[in-house]
Design a protein around this ligand. Structure first.
Ligand code: UTP
Length: 292
């Protein structure tokens, strides 16, 4: 048995990135020359996922357009001998099944995941927030393995300085993190004051959930911000069955706000095999002092 399906909630309003998100979904903002969403799908595929369910809003048709065939562009690329790019274009969505479901009002992350119930069925599934980029598939792959081993849901964790915990969901761990980075979770606390925080382990935007979470989602009442919160459904799960966290020192970018997105683009551009060298020279020229 393995985790094969991943849900990517992409129906939010993206208010932290207005005005661009008025017409361009933040999930499609470019990380150099690829939409952030593509990097999220690549991460999921790298962890063994072969079915992606995108929870979209009817107001964001450009997300579906990204997966549509583009015969005119392909013909032009083929005719002009740009076969590398033509191959890249043909590969979009080819190695993985991509389905769409709709959330008609942005009622919160818990509600968005609940919209994928029929598409997921009665099996464990991953959830990847598309505005958090991770450096690799390793965290998600480890989380999928822990879900199968423990028959319980799993959250992705990162350790942060204690002073930073108040911006995040924090876990209350049972015991220590083991040598594989796995820890049992007693409870989850949303944005605690530093003095009240039960640990310095924050929940990052990766989850692997058992399908009983859908019943907990159906029973949700509006929580923080009047939204139906996924964290509240996980607290219900934690009270009744094992919930674990997997800790990794991942490089994580929050591309849902301008500074996080800029940081991701600049750092990844500096490492880019094709554009990195030229971009580094340009950045050094702009900054006008020592090497970047
Ligand atoms: P965020 O809270 O980061 O996204 O949700 P948002 O609400 O779009 O952004 P801001 O806060 O207004 O700037 C994380 C992910 O969950 C999706 C979002 O699209 C985002 O990718 N989401 C959020 C939904 O699909 N539906 C919702 O009701 C809320």
């Amino acid at each position: 048995m393995r985790v094969r399906t991943a849900v990517i909630p992409a129906a939010g309003l993206g208010t932290r990135f207005l005005p661009v998100t008025k017409s361009v979904p933040k999930e499609l903002l470019p990380i150099i020359d690829v939409p952030a969403l593509q990097l999220i799908i690549d991460e999921a595929v790298g962890a063994g996922i072969d079915h992606i369910v995108i929870v979209n809003s009817p107001n964001k048709p450009s997300i579906e357009a990204y997966f549509a065939e583009s015969p005119e562009v392909l013909a032009k690329l083929d005719a002009s001998g740009r076969s590398d790019m033509a191959d890249r274009m043909r590969a979009i969505g080819r190695d993985v099944k991509v389905s769409f479901v709709y959330q008609h009002a942005a009622l919160g992350l818990g509600h968005a995941v609940g919209c994928a119930r029929d598409a997921v069925g009665d099996q464990p599934f991953a959830v990847l927030l598309p505005d958090e980029l991770m450096g690799s598939s390793e965290l998600l792959a480890a989380m999928c393995a822990v879900c199968i081993d423990t028959a319980g849901s799993v959250v992705g964790l990162k350790r942060v300085p204690m002073d930073d915990v108040s911006a995040y969901g924090v876990i209350d761990p049972i015991g220590e993190v083991d040598a594989n980075g796995v820890v049992a979770v007693r409870d989850l606390i949303e944005k605690p004051a530093v003095a009240d925080a039960p640990s310095d382990l924050i929940i990052i935007g990766r989850y692997v959930l058992t399908p009983d979470v859908f019943d907990a989602i159906d029973a949700l009442k509006p929580g923080a911000g009047g939204e139906l919160q996924l964290t509240d459904a996980l607290r219900v799960q934690a009270a009744g069955r094992p919930l674990h966290g997997v800790l990794r020192d991942v490089r994580r970018y929050d591309t849902g706000n301008p500074v996080g997105w800029l940081s991701a683009v600049v750092e990844l551009a500096l490492e880019h095999p094709r554009y990195g060298e030229a971009f580094r020279a340009e950045l050094e020229r702009m900054i006008g002092r020592g090497p970047v």
